[in-house]
Design a protein around this ligand. Structure first.
Ligand SMILES: NC(=O)c1ccc[n+]([C@@H]2O[C@H](COP(=O)([O-])OP(=O)(O)OC[C@H]3O[C@@H](n4cnc5c(N)ncnc54)[C@H](OP(=O)(O)O)[C@@H]3O)[C@@H](O)[C@H]2O)c1
Length: 320
């Protein structure tokens, strides 16, 4: 199947690494669905990418990934409009300055970084499986991780119930990204067991000077790093000014060769790597999965993944 026949949803793609990933995919002719929280910003980003890439099939939807209702609504719209999805990139990340609860009563980093990829993927399994049947290749779920992929996870502190911030790896952002990776391993196993051709990749994109990084208050950094924050901020545009490198890493996880069932971890150099040690403990993984199942039950109107009632008009695929 050619890229021009594929549909990819990228969350958090009105700015930062997500927008550059969407740009790469759109330039290859892929039908891309952008998302962000603000409708005007999302429309503007879609318009910019349509103009820059010449691909008229870039559209914008809105969803705050910290809201289960917004994610359900996004999944429903994508299913109704497209019916088929060839890749879902769970890119949007959340790094709150302190322990904040979402409208659903969930700690916000856990909600945005773990629960959202879990829920959106499960809600979109129908369209993803349909995409795999249609293309004859596995559809991809690409979960974007971050922080320092080290340390261990305490099942009693996944939502910063005991402490929010730590010296190096024990910050809530870090913890939530490690928990995302652990959740993704279980998700990959479920997908492999259930069949249907959905492959899960966790990718560490690499560093970039993005809206998220620019707006982080000092207290969001690990304590050991805080004295260096002014220097890091000054150097950010110089060292990490090119967002296209991390975006290429994420885009490769969408378009690269299928790397096998059971999930794959890709490091910031784009190499397949070992899973971070802290994501292997079966007790911890079970605790994370159970927390996701409990906090984001799948009942309610789950999109079926049947082809859209009215198949959108297909264009001649662009070459890439
Ligand atoms: N930048 C880095 O150095 C770095 C390093 C390692 C990993 N990462 C990871 O890479 C991913 C992208 O990072 P980034 O630095 O590009 O992030 P970013 O600057 O926060 O990305 C901006 C995009 O995310 C959207 N967004 C922010 N909060 C959202 C929310 N609650 N719900 C929905 N969309 C939301 C923004 O949309 P609106 O503002 O329009 O709503 C915008 O489209 C994240 O998962 C991050 O953890 C980044």
């Amino acid at each position: 199947m050619r890229d021009g026949d594929r549909t990819v949803l990228v969350t958090g793609s009105t700015g930062g690494i997500g927008k550059e990933t969407a740009r790469i995919l759109a330039a290859r002719g892929t039908r891309v669905v952008l998302t962000g929280r603000d409708p005007a910003r999302a429309d503007e980003a879609a318009e910019e990418l349509r103009a820059a890439t010449g691909n008229p099939y870039v559209e914008a939807l809105t969803a705050d990934v910290t809201s289960a209702a917004a994610l359900r609504s996004l999944a429903r719209t994508v299913t109704e409009r497209h019916g088929t999805l060839h890749a879902l990139v769970n890119n949007a990340g959340v790094n709150p300055p302190r322990r904040l609860l979402t409208e659903d009563g969930v700690e916000s980093a856990f909600a945005g970084n773990v629960l959202a990829p879990y829920l959106l993927t499960r809600l979109l399994l129908g369209p993803l499986r349909h995409g795999a049947r249609e293309s004859g290749e596995p559809s991809r779920v690409v979960n974007v991780t971050g922080g320092i992929p080290r340390g261990t996870l305490d099942p009693g502190n996944l939502q910063a119930e005991k402490r929010f911030s730590g010296w190096l790896t024990d910050t809530q952002y870090n913890r939530s990204k490690l928990a995302l990776t652990a959740m993704s391993r279980t998700l990959a196993e479920h997908c492999a067991e259930e069949g249907g051709g959905v492959a899960v990749t966790v990718v560490y994109p690499g560093h970039a000077d993005t809206p998220m990084n620019r707006s982080l208050p000092v207290r969001t950094y690990p304590r050991l790093v805080r004295p260096l924050v002014p220097l890091v901020r000054a150097l950010m545009p110089v060292l990490w000014g090119d967002t296209s490198g991390p975006a290429r890493n994420v885009a490769r996880a969408v378009t690269g060769p299928y790397a096998g069932d059971g999930g794959v971890y890709v490091d910031m150099k784009g190499r397949r790597s070992r899973w971070p040690a802290g994501t292997g403990d079966p007790v911890v993984r079970a605790a994370i999965w159970e927390m996701c199942e409990r906090l984001a039950p799948l009942d309610g109107p789950v999109p079926s993944g049947a082809p859209a009632a009215q198949e959108p008009e297909r264009r001649k695929p662009m070459s890439w």
